[in-house]
Design a protein around this ligand. Structure first.
Ligand code: GAP
Length: 513
């Protein structure tokens, strides 16, 4: 399904609504509906249990959103958490200078892809993509221009060269998408942190920030957690929580939001051992994504050219969203930057005494950080499909089905009496529902023809539909319909839980990688 269809499906089926819709919405802020909150909670549970439950040396915390303002000075966010901003003087629209340039890079790639696709059509099965890409003049030119531009952008970003960014925009004659004009202001830095004010302290002293990442709540609690959980290095602290960024470019639905949720884990290691752990976490995080059913070809690593102020190595796990490969998760080797900065500014020691080495040191940190909302969007976009299937009467019809892993599906099974107006069927179906609701998340539905009810459940990814028919009254059996294969198996009521358990169970998923 294309991106537009995914966005409207998300609303129509109660996954995601725009915030404050009755007041014409608040840009880049979203609310999760009844199916959305179930799916989001399941994603969080999958992440939490694979971190905290599966690792005896990872523990969790839930830190407050507000932190002492010095936290953000020490972390570097007050001085360096900026995006380069440019305004168009005619439309008064504001853009991220680097994003305007990245869009030109994407356009060059799209032009090359268009040539490749045209040739693939022309040559049919004989088409050799690799050979075409390395020999065709036009493709070589587009790729050459793209790489040169990407290098120029990376260089300007690395050196914080704001004039350089403006020069690229002028050289490429980039126009404002809104007004079509090239009447730009200079590029300047814009800090992404939202701030608010304490009620009882006026001025700068009382200025608080809404955390732009959850990680700092972990760093400032490092010693508290280490001591109270008696962990030894290497060990990790995990946290799921809200983060806030005053994003200039807020587009692409829940991909880039101003209020979002992060699932972060800081792994504290001996200095000098960080690269081993960095590789370990890269490998394990890809396995986590693969286990939930994400195909290998939809995932790739992308090394950062431009390292954040705290990192000595960083890689993104990119996912192929409907608008291209983009960052889904970041894995960063953050050195001792954060702990050492907090130690210096607070004057409190943040060190670990290593009994094997018989010395104290500030640990190094390898972080894995994934946006819960981006993971949600990845799950929606990879699992929503439109396909042709046989109807109940043998004809063909199309259905929209969400082929999501059963363990994270919002609803695990629907209990459906074959028809609504037969009390003996509805009573039996309700009795089954009233028992199964203690076992897992189910829905009872008796409205409309059975085919339409199946379609409704397909559209929200329910892996199993249990139909109660007239045979059920005689032999206590029901049919269990599998969402993906459409196979229907006859099962005794007492065996329903056994059939479902292994497939919907988070335990099986956690054991699978
Ligand atoms: N603690 C490290 C950190 O915050 P990041 O790469 O800035 O690193 C980590 O963010 C993850 O948070 C990203 O990979 C992305 O999934 C998610 N994320 C970041 N900004 C976001 C936004 N504006 N909206 C939704 N998710 C976002």
């Amino acid at each position: 399904m294309d991106f537009k269809q995914i966005v409207s499906h998300a609303k129509e089926y109660g996954f995601i609504y725009q915030s404050s819709e009755i007041y014409d919405t608040l840009a880049a802020v979203y609310d999760y509906g009844p199916n959305g909150v179930e799916l989001k909670n399941n994603i969080k549970e999958y992440w939490w249990r694979s971190m905290v439950q599966r690792h005896e040396n990872i523990v969790g915390i839930d830190a407050a959103i507000f932190m002492h303002p010095k936290t953000w000075k020490a972390s570097g966010h007050v001085d360096a958490f900026n995006d380069p901003l440019i305004d168009n003087k005619d439309s008064k629209k504001r853009y991220r200078a680097d994003v305007l340039i990245e869009e030109q890079i994407d356009k060059l790639e799209a032009k090359a892809e268009k040539e490749i696709n045209k040739a693939a059509k022309r040559f049919g099965e004989q088409f050799d993509r690799e050979q075409f890409v390395t020999t065709n003049d036009r493709v070589l030119r587009y790729h050459g221009e793209k790489e040169a531009l990407a290098r120029r952008l990376a260089e300007a970003m690395k050196k914080n060269n704001l004039e350089g960014l403006k020069q690229i925009i002028e050289d490429l004659q980039i126009a404002c998408p809104e007004s079509g004009s090239r009447n730009w202001t200079d590029v300047r830095q814009f800090n992404l942190m939202f701030s608010t004010q304490l009620g009882n302290i006026a001025g700068e002293e009382g200025k608080l920030y809404l955390r732009p990442e959850t990680a700092q709540g972990i760093f400032v609690n490092f010693l508290n957690v280490q001591k109270t959980s008696r962990q030894k290095i290497p060990f990790g602290i995990a946290q799921i929580g809200k983060a806030f960024r005053n994003e200039i470019v807020a587009r692409q639905f829940i991909f880039r939001m101003r209020e979002f949720e992060q699932m972060e884990m800081q792994f504290f290691v001996r200095p000098g051992e960080e690269m081993e752990w960095y590789e370990y976490w890269k490998d394990l995080r890809i396995k986590w994504h693969r286990a939930i059913g994400t195909p290998q070809e939809k995932l790739r690593f992308h090394n950062h050219d431009n390292l954040a102020h705290y990192a000595n190595a960083a890689v993104d796990i990119q996912f192929e969203f409907p608008f291209g490969f983009k960052e889904l998760e970041g894995i960063h080797s953050r050195t001792d930057f954060d702990l050492a900065s907090h130690q210096e500014l607070s004057g409190k020691k943040l060190q670990f005494f290593d009994p094997e080495l018989e010395k104290s040191y500030v640990p190094y940190v390898v972080e894995t950080s994934i946006g819960c909302d981006r993971m949600f969007l990845a799950m929606l976009s990879q699992s929503l499909q439109e396909e042709t299937v046989p109807d109940a009467d043998g004809k063909e019809s199309t259905r929209i089905v969400m082929k999501i892993h059963p363990a994270i599906a919002p609803i695990k099974c629907a209990i459906l009496p074959l028809v609504k107006n037969k009390p003996e069927l509805t009573e039996k179906a309700k009795a089954i529902f009233n028992d199964l609701k203690f076992f897992t998340q189910c829905q009872y539905d008796e409205k409309d023809a059975i085919g339409r009810r199946y379609r409704r459940q397909d559209a929200i990814g329910t892996p199993f539909c249990i139909t109660v028919d007239f045979e059920s009254l005689d032999d206590e059996s029901v049919t269990i319909r599998d969402r993906d294969s459409l196979k229907q198996d006859r099962v005794h009521v007492s065996k329903i839980q056994d059939v479902l358990r292994d497939k919907i169970n988070m335990e099986s998923l956690l054991r699978s990688f």
